[in-house]
Design a binder for this molecule. Structure first.
Ligand SMILES: C[S@@+](CC[C@H](N)C(=O)[O-])C[C@H]1O[C@@H](n2cnc3c(N)ncnc32)[C@H](O)[C@@H]1O
Length: 274
């Protein structure tokens, strides 16, 4: 058994998830998955830009220090910063943290070179020596593999006195939460979820605001909305099988996806540190 995916003798979903996203295959599967769930236009970023970002008081500055934690292929932060540049003529310095070499390579900084100065940190967020003092810290669907609450404490140390943290994740009862439940059934540990973040913030007496929003979905008909079809279309069904080759007893989850979740179940939750 590969020790990287083992936790207490069993399999760690956090480690498997990080390894999956560090492979070319995983990167492509995740990209397909995002296009299916959020459309080509990326309805998650549209929701974030329209419902949250453009209303933030920090936007009235003309230069922002930004950190993106687990930025993936960078497409989302590119869309976000381009939106803020085009609408408010803001300029930025961005520290971009991503543990997957494949995804870091896919980050096309040229697309924002006219308004953003980028520093790349190809490593785990937990190991990154970040300068801090940020106006905006983004954690977009990237908290799931955090080892423990120490990562949250590190995040809270990063903004400056008027800075905010924007953490976006699927809501606990959402469609994506349902998919993850199917995926994660055979693992010993569980992902760090928005509920864990909220509990940690409450334990720290940290003020925060929760803004629920619903994202537009690329899949139309009810028939298409069966999670097992989505597994197969996104080719994510091989995620548990890949882990199986690393020693898991994991069964294919294709057969377990009989629950039908409605598109209105797709929701995102955004916790903002005030
Ligand atoms: C679901 S993807 C989201 C990527 C991007 N934020 C987006 O919304 O498209 C999660 C990303 O976080 C990265 N990630 C997860 N845990 C991490 C950690 N502890 N340190 C650095 N990157 C991490 C993964 O490699 C992956 O690229």
């Amino acid at each position: 058994m590969n020790p990287q995916v083992s936790v207490g003798g069993g399999l760690s979903v956090k480690q498997a998830y990080k390894r999956f996203l560090s492979s070319r295959y995983g990167m492509q599967a995740y990209d397909q998955f995002k296009r299916l769930l959020y459309t080509e236009e990326d309805s998650l970023v549209e929701g974030l830009n329209n419902n949250v970002l453009q209303h933030l008081p920090v936007i009235c500055r003309d230069f922002l220090e930004v950190c993106d934690i687990g930025g993936g292929d960078g497409r989302r932060i590119i869309r976000i910063l381009r939106f803020l540049y085009e609408k408010f003529a803001l300029r930025f310095r961005l520290d971009f943290v991503e543990q997957s070499p494949c995804l870091m390579r896919a980050f096309d900084v040229d697309q924002i070179a006219d308004c953003v100065d980028v520093r790349e940190f190809e490593m785990l967020f937990e190991d990154a020596e970040l300068r801090g003092g940020y106006d905006l810290v983004f954690v977009i669907h990237s908290m799931f593999a955090f080892q423990d609450t120490a990562a949250v404490d590190k995040i809270l140390s990063l903004p400056n006195s008027h800075g905010i943290v924007i953490a976006v994740s699927n809501a606990p009862n959402s469609f994506v939460a349902g998919l993850k439940k199917l995926f994660d059934a055979d693992y010993e540990d569980r992902r760090f979820e928005i509920t864990d973040l909220v509990k940690t913030l409450e334990d720290r007496n940290q003020a925060f605001q929760t803004i629920p929003f619903v994202t537009r979905w690329a899949i139309g008909s009810r028939r298409q909305q069966n999670p097992s079809r989505i597994f197969s279309r996104a080719r994510l069904s091989s995620y548990p099988r890949q882990t199986a080759s690393a020693g898991s007893q994991g069964t294919s989850l294709m057969g377990t996806g009989s629950k039908t979740l409605r598109s209105s179940d797709i929701a995102n939750r955004c916790a903002i540190r005030d």
